[in-house]
Design a protein around this ligand. Structure first.
Ligand code: 13P
Ligand code: SF4
Length: 302
């Protein structure tokens, strides 16, 4: 039974001195049992502060890997090893090395949705929550290589009024959101603000009211006077938005925006993870040390 699983997870969590971190896109019941739920930046910041011996990371692999890089002496577990991020896999370390070789002197920047191997090749890392601030610290005279998300990259480049060399990666889930879907919802709810994620295509970003990280959407909802808000990102975020704002109505632009990888984390595999201490996330020391420089450089900015 569900309540038995919840009780057992709580008990094991104490015994193992573990903390559970969950991304905003995970299943509602996973978010509810987590100690902290947040976006990539909030979770990376939490990971730096963790005092527990064990971190159980409920999210996709690159996020758990980031937590491990920030906590090399702690045990970091992911309940389902196959929970990956297709965008993160759209560039390899080898491909990035080749790109760097053809742009000597350029600053290599990676979205946090990337593998440790790619982070290790980069000067600095960004998340959707801090990209604008981080990019502003890079000299205007520098050439910038931005990987892997072409949409986040072009969004920030536009805001900055300069050009980046963009790797042509994308999130298949956000990439499927269309301007037509946004327009249809705008017609139906003309007074409701429309929030979209920077991983969405430009045509979508251009007609939305706000382009925000998932944490940014939560902050916006708390402050907004709007009674109804339209949400253009993975539907898992609706749980947190509704929980934190019970008096407001949140409507997804499309119920098809589902990240199957995020949904692979369940109460069942979370329980097994704590019981059997699996799956341990490991990053080779040399890669972790270099990747940490890129993550630390980001966290030093914000
Ligand atoms: P956030 O950092 O905005 O939560 O985004 C993570 C992500 O994977 C979006 O698809
Ligand atoms: Fe990756 Fe897209 Fe899933 Fe985010 S929503 S984890 S970018 S596949």
């Amino acid at each position: 039974m569900l309540s038995d699983a919840i009780a057992e997870i709580q008990k094991l969590k104490k015994e193992r001195n573990a903390v559970i971190l969950a991304h905003n896109y995970t299943l509602a019941e996973v978010q509810d049992i987590a100690d902290y739920t947040g976006d990539s930046l909030e979770l990376a910041r939490r990971a730096v502060q963790v005092e527990a011996d064990v971190i159980v990371f409920c999210g996709v692999y690159f996020m758990a890997e980031t937590a491990k890089i920030l906590n090399p002496s702690k045990t970091v577990l992911i309940p389902e090893m196959s929970a990956g991020c297709p965008m993160a896999d759209m560039i390899t370390g080898e491909q990035l090395r080749a790109l760097k070789a053809s742009h000597p002197g350029a600053v290599a920047v990676c979205y946090v949705n990337s593998t440790a191997e790619v982070k290790a090749e980069c000067d600095i890392c960004v998340t959707s929550g801090n990209a604008e601030k981080v990019m502003a610290t890079i000299g205007r005279d520098k050439e910038i290589l931005f990987v892997p998300d072409r949409h986040l990259g072009s969004h920030i480049a536009e805001k900055e009024g300069r050009e980046y060399v963009l790797w042509q990666g994308h999130c298949p889930i956000h990439n499927a959101l269309t301007a037509k879907a946004i327009e249809a919802m705008r017609e139906k709810y003309p007074n409701a603000p429309i929030l979209v994620h920077p991983e969405c295509p430009k045509a979508v970003r251009d007609i939305a009211d706000e382009c925000l990280s998932t944490g940014g959407m939560c902050a916006y909802a708390l402050k907004s006077d709007a009674k109804t808000i339209l949400v253009g990102t993975e539907i898992g975020i609706l749980h947190r938005l509704r929980k934190e704002n019970p008096e407001k109505t949140f409507i997804p632009i499309s119920t098809d925006i589902v990240c199957a990888d995020m949904k692979k984390i369940t109460l069942e595999n979370l329980l097994v993870s704590l019981k059997e201490m699996k799956y341990k996330v490991e990053v080779p020391l040399e890669v972790a040390t270099k990747a940490r420089c890129a993550i630390d450089a980001m966290l030093a900015v914000c």
